[in-house]
Design a protein around this ligand. Structure first.
Ligand SMILES: [Zn+2]
Length: 102
């Protein structure tokens, strides 16, 4: 059996803004068209803390586990709109790396 490589990424609070409806940074065009199966779960910030990777000094608000299906976990508490976060995370499903290359 082939071991599936899990690509993990985390959306962080690094780009904190004062607007509750700010947009999460969007992936470049080539990563905006993921059409595979996706499971999206809205979780409390506490649950996100258990499911997503820990990054010292940063509050992780969402993360994606690439696979089949691609699993996206989004905090119900975030500085960015849920739609923009999901769009961001789908970019990771499509292969956008955690380095957020443009
Ligand atoms: Zn990201």
């Amino acid at each position: 059996m082939k071991i599936r490589k899990i690509i993990l990424s985390a959306l962080t609070g690094l780009l904190l803004t004062s607007s509750a409806l700010a947009q999460a940074p969007q992936p470049p065009e080539r990563f905006r068209h993921y059409r595979g199966p996706v499971v999206i779960k809205m979780l409390s910030q506490e649950q996100i803390g258990r499911v997503c990777p820990h990054i010292p000094g940063i509050i992780v608000r969402a993360c994606t586990y690439k696979g089949n299906p691609c699993r996206i976990y989004v905090s119900t508490t975030s500085w960015a709109s849920t739609a923009s976060i999901i769009s961001h995370e789908k970019g990771h499903c499509a292969g956008w790396s955690a380095n957020h290359e443009m």
